[in-house]
Write a protein that binds this ligand. Structure first.
Ligand code: GLN
Length: 224
């Protein structure tokens, strides 16, 4: 027992996140399995879940897509709180998807699909799309503190916005008219995200996390 504990302390002293050492992290009131194949769930991402739940009816069918689900926390929290909704959770990493599947195994209203964003979803439409994509710029100084987490889940091009631009480009053909797109982004990306949204989306806005930082942006697909 003691050598095991000492090994855990040793890992922590080297800077490894506690969630990787214990193998779990709480999110939206539930413990989730976490491995080094997925991003450690962050409390600020609960804002994305709150905003989505406000837009999903409790008592009627609704199709939700979670892009880049990682450990599955976002899609699974939606599926737990909206039993009439059906959630599709995709990730391009098979090892991340394996973790998400374990986390969601008790739920009947979520399916997990290996897909690079929308690639495996040709012809499918949803009522709401949400994502916590990678959004940190390559070479950003914050990455020094995140070296234990998968780069695939963190960085996205020179300005960090490559994934968000890809999602915004393809989302209109996978959303019902009037459907919402909501996504998390970095502390200084809100204004750019609203600009990008304004091309195809109305009611484009940003919402602040508990630290007062614009953390989620989104809008509704134009109807016509
Ligand atoms: N919020 C994370 C961080 O800055 C990054 C998560 C992400 O890229 N989606 O530590």
């Amino acid at each position: 027992m003691l050598p095991k504990f000492e090994a855990m302390i040793g890992r922590r002293l080297k800077g490894e996140p506690v969630a990787y050492i214990t193998g779990s992290r709480e999110f939206y009131g539930v413990e989730f399995k976490v491995t080094k194949d997925v991003l450690v769930p962050r409390p600020e991402t609960e804002l994305l879940v709150d905003l989505a739940l406000e837009r999903i009816p409790e008592n009627s069918p609704f199709r939700v897509l979670d892009l880049g689900t990682g450990s599955g926390v976002v899609g699974i929290s939606i599926a737990r709180h909206r039993k009439r909704a059906t959630v599709t959770a995709v990730d391009k990493s098979p090892s991340a998807l394996a973790v998400a599947k374990q986390n969601g195994e008790k739920l009947e209203n979520i399916r997990f699909v290996e897909s690079d964003w929308f690639a495996a979803l040709q012809g499918e439409k949803f009522d709401l799309i949400l994502s916590n994509p990678p959004y940190i710029a390559e070479g950003d100084e914050h990455l020094a503190n995140l070296k234990f987490e998968p780069a695939l889940a963190l960085t996205s091009g020179r300005d960090g916005l490559d994934a968000i631009r890809s999602i915004l480009e393809a989302a209109p053909s996978h959303l019902e008219p009037g459907g919402w797109l909501l996504f998390e982004h970095g502390y200084n990306q809100g204004e750019t995200c609203r600009e990008l949204l304004s091309k195809n989306f109305v009611e484009a806005g940003s919402w602040k996390d508990l630290s007062g930082i614009e953390r989620v942006s989104g809008g509704r697909l134009t109807s016509g």
